[in-house]
Design a binder for this molecule. Sequence first.
Ligand SMILES: [Zn+2]
Length: 211
Amino acid sequence: MNNPWMDVSVPIDSRMHGWPENPPTFVSMHLGTAKGDVCNVSAIQISSHAGTHMDSPFHFLPGAPTLDDIPWDAVIGPARVVEIRDREAIRPVELKKMRLKAGERILFKTRNSSVSWKKPAFDRDFVYIAKEGAQYLVDRGIQTVGVDYLSVGGFYKDGIETHHILLGARVWIIEGLNLSAVKPGAYDLVCMPIKLAQGDGAPARCLLRKR
Ligand SMILES: [Zn+2]
């Protein structure tokens, strides 16, 4: 059957890449028909920032909105996938060519989609949003930012700064997308984080459909 929706989320399993200081993911068969139980039931242990997930402002900012407060327009509606050529960071020099408009939902496709996810374990050298790039996105009034690895900020640089700039301006953040099969262009976006109460973040299922 024709299915125009592309799933740009990564699978959740015990081998998935995880941020080094976050709790690792464990998935196991708690009940299984293969071992004589009447049904299959998995046990899962997961970080609120595992795989494809969202960050709420509360992730870095005490007292700030949690995932309970998400305005659904931030993650349901038109979105633009843009390709970044810089192999280290997303910076104003490239962003300036994109004619970004206030209210846009922007998903960044970088070399992470083709390189980082294929590594055997967490890639510390992923492409991130430099703090100057984050400030540029805020100044343009971008509503939602999506990135194709586990953090908007870098592992070695701008990890805290980029989160503070985006979350401080109430830009909603999607992390851990895999855009390897997606061409730059205009899409419809649906991204639904699970309903973790007072969530600082939560795993999400994200779909794109060509417009
Ligand atoms: Zn984050």
